[in-house]
Ligand binder design. Structure first.
Ligand code: NAP
Length: 532
C-alpha cells in the first residue's frame, strides 16, 4: 500500500497551498482530487458569468511575494476562466502536479487505532496509508439537487451551475428555465438572458444584491497596489473579512436621515461586500438592518420597470446579509428584457416537471433547458459523504447527526490526526476564502512541525474544548441577526440537516488571534501524545 506522511483531500486553493507548505517543511504528501485538474470550486463552477465577488488582488494567494507581483488580474473581479488559469499557473510554478492524483475520489478514511495511521480509500486505486489526513474539501462543493416533483420525466437538458460542462452551453434559440436566485443564479441570469430565446426565472426567495461595478483593472491601480502589497495583506489579516477594503464601522442608527442616505449611497457606489461590512450595527440591530434593506429595495424599484416584477424582486422576510449577499452585474436590469420572466414559486409552487415543461400551480412553462442554481450541502456535505471512521470506529456522519462541531473549525474529537481546512466553526465563508485557507494551512503545518519536533504522534481535539468552541460559535451568531434567515450558513437549505450556525462570526482577525494564542500555549485544547 502506498505510504505518505500526509494525504490531502482536494486540490483547490486550500489543498494546493497545503501541499506546498508541507513540502517546504519536509513532509511527504499527496493530494487526491476528484476533478481532472486543480482549482476546486473554480474547476467545477463554470457556469456563464461565474466570477469571484471579492476583488481579485485580494482573493489570491499572499504567501509568495514573487507570485503576487508577477500575476496580473485583468479585472477588478476575475472571471472563472481567469481564476482557473491562475490556479493552473500556481500548480506549475510550484511544481505541484507530480504529487497530485487527479480523477480520483476519496470514498473512505479509516483510522487505525493500533498505530495511529489513516487508511484513505479511493474509487480508482488501492488505499494510501498516512499518519495525517487533511480535508481540503471546500465549503461549497457538494451540489444540491432539489426534489422537484417528476424531475425524472423531464426530457430537456438538465444542468447544475456547480457541475457545468467544460465546453460550455449554447443557449441560442432555446427556452431556458432557472431555479434559484442565489449568487450563482444572479451571475448567470444576465448572461443566459442575452443568449436564450426566453429565460424564465423561478424564484423562491428574493435576495439582496449589491452592484459589483466590475471593470478592467487600471494599470496605475495595479502598480500602486503591488507597491503596497505587503501592507495591504497585513491590513487584510487584521480585518474582520480578511480583505483590504476599508472597514468603516459606521453606526447606522447614529446617523441623521441625510447622513444615512449619503453613507448608503457611498457604499452602493463602492459596490460589493463593504455595503454589509461597513456598518457596525447592520448585522446586530433589526432596525438598522431594515433601513439598509429598504435602501436596496428603493434601488430595485428604481431599476425594474414593471412594478409587479420589482416588488417580487424586493427581498422581504430576512434581514440583509443573513443570506449571503450577492454581488451582481446587471441582475435587476435583466428583468427589463422582453425575453425574461419571473415566476414566484413561493406563492405559485412547482407542481410537476413534464417532458418539455416546468408546471407551477397556475401555469405550464415550456422549457428546453433547466438550470438548477440550487446551491450546496455547505460546509459539512463534502465531509459526511466520505466514510470517515475515527477512533472506536465511530463515523463522522453519526457524530455530526445532531450538528457539526469542530474545535476551531479545524479538528474533531474522536478523529485524531485529521484536520479540516476552513471547517464548521471557522470564519471561512464569512471571510476572504483564500486568506482563510492560508491561515489554516500555516497553522496546521506549524502544529504538525511542532508534533514532529516533540516526538508526538497523535493529535486530537479535546471534547470539552470542542464543546466550548461550539458554544462560543453559536453564542456569537445568536448575538447577531444571522440566524434569522433560512440560510445555508445554518444548514436550512438541506432537508433534514440539523440547524447549527456553522461559520464563526466574530471576524477573521479575532479568530486568527485566538489560534495564535492557542498555539503559543502549546496547542491548548488538544491531546498530544507520543508513540502508544
Ligand atoms: P444558494 O445561495 O444556496 O442559492 C440557492 C438558490 O436556490 C436559492 O435561491 C434557493 O431558494 C433556491 N432553491 C434551493 N432549493 C430549491 C428548491 N427545492 N426549490 C426552489 N428553489 C430552491 O446557492 P448558490 O447561488 O450556488 O450560492 C451558494 C454560495 O456559493 C454563495 O452564497 C456564495 O458563498 C458562493 N458563491 C460565490 C460566488 C462568487 O464568489 N462569485 C458565486 C456563486 C456562489 P431559497 O433561498 O428559498 O432556499
Amino acid at each position: 500500500m502506498e505510504q505518505q506522511d500526509v494525504v490531502i483531500v482536494g486540490a483547490g486553493f486550500a489543498g494546493m497551498y497545503m501541499l506546498h507548505r508541507l513540502r517546504g517543511s519536509g513532509w511527504r504528501a499527496r493530494i487526491i482530487e476528484a476533478g481532472g485538474g486543480v482549482g476546486g470550486t473554480w474547476y467545477w463552477n463554470r457556469y456563464p458569468g461565474a466570477r469571484c465577488d471579492v476583488e481579485s488582488m485580494s482573493y489570491s494567494y499572499s504567501f509568495s511575494e514573487e507570485l503576487q507581483q508577477e500575476w496580473t488580474w485583468p479585472h477588478r473581479y476575475a472571471t472563472q476562466p481567469d481564476i482557473l488559469r491562475y490556479a493552473n499557473h500556481v500548480a506549475d510554478r510550484f511544481d505541484l502536479r507530480k504529487d497530485i492524483t487527479f480523477d480520483t475520489r476519496v470514498i473512505s478514511a479509516i483510522f487505525d487505532d493500533r498505530d495511529g495511521h489513516w487508511v484513505v480509500g479511493t474509487d480508482t486505486k488501492g488505499g494510501i496509508r498516512a499518519r495525517y489526513v487533511i480535508m481540503a474539501t471546500g465549503c461549497l462543493s457538494v451540489p444540491k439537487i432539489p426534489d422537484l416533483p417528476g424531475l425524472q420525466e423531464f426530457r430537456g437538458r438538465l444542468l447544475h451551475t456547480a457541475n457545468w460542462p467544460g465546453e460550455g452551453v449554447d443557449f441560442s434559440g432555446l427556452s431556458v428555465g432557472i431555479v434559484g436566485t442565489g449568487s450563482s443564479a444572479i451571475q448567470s441570469i444576465p448572461i443566459i438572458a442575452e443568449q436564450a430565446h426566453h429565460l424564465t426565472v423561478f424564484q423562491r426567495t428574493a435576495n439582496f444584491c449589491i452592484p459589483a461595478w466590475n471593470a478592467p483593472l487600471a494599470p496605475e491601480a495595479e502598480v500602486e497596489r503591488k507597491r503596497n502589497y505587503g501592507a495591504l495583506r497585513q491590513k487584510s489579516r487584521n480585518s474582520y473579512a480578511g480583505d483590504y477594503a476599508d472597514e468603516y464601522y459606521v453606526s447606522i442608527l447614529g446617523l441623521t436621515l441625510e447622513e444615512r442616505e449619503a453613507q448608503f449611497e457611498a457604499r452602493w457606489r463602492e459596490g460589493g461586500f463593504n455595503f454589509q461590512y461597513a456598518f457596525a450595527d447592520l448585522m446586530e440591530s433589526a432596525e438598522a438592518n431594515e433601513l439598509a434593506a429598504e435602501f436596496v429595495r428603493k434601488k430595485i424599484r428604481a431599476t425594474v420597470r414593471d412594478p409587479r416584477v420589482a416588488e417580487l424582486l424586493c427581498p422581504k422576510g430576512h434581514p440583509l446579509g443573513t443570506k449571503r449577499l450577492c454581488v451582481d452585474t446587471n441582475y435587476y436590469e435583466t428583468f427589463n428584457r422582453d425575453n425574461v420572466s419571473l415566476v414566484d414559486i413561493k406563492n405559485d409552487p412547482i407542481v410537476a416537471m413534464t417532458p418539455g415543461s416546468l408546471r407551477t400551480r397556475s401555469a405550464d412553462h415550456p422549457i428546453d433547458v433547466l438550470v438548477l442554481a440550487t446551491g450546496f450541502d455547505a460546509m459539512t456535505g463534502a465531509l459526511t459523504r466520505i466514510d470517515i471512521r475515527g477512533r472506536d470506529g465511530a463515523t463522522l456522519k453519526e457524530q455530526w447527526c445532531q450538528g457539526a462541531e469542530a474545535y476551531l473549525g479545524v479538528a474533531i474529537a474522536g478523529f485524531p490526526n485529521m484536520f479540516v481546512v476552513t471547517g464548521p466553526g471557522s470564519p471561512s465563508v464569512l471571510a476572504n476564502m483564500v486568506l482563510a485557507c492560508e491561515q489554516h494551512v500555516e497553522w496546521i503545518t506549524d502544529l504538525l512541525d511542532h508534533a514532529r519536533s516533540k516526538g508526538i504522534e497523535r493529535i486530537e481535539a479535546n471534547p470539552q474544548a470542542q464543546k466550548e468552541w461550539a458554544r462560543q460559535v453559536t453564542q456569537s451568531a445568536a448575538r447577531t441577526l444571522y440566524p434569522k434567515a433560512d440560510s445555508w450558513y445554518l444548514g436550512a437549505n438541506v432537508p433534514g440537516k440539523p440547524r447549527v450556525f456553522m461559520p464563526y462570526v466574530e471576524g477573521f482577525n479575532v479568530y486568527t488571534g485566538i489560534c495564535q494564542k492557542i498555539a503559543a500555549k502549546g496547542y491548548e485544547g488538544f491531546h498530544l501524545t507520543g508513540a502508544q
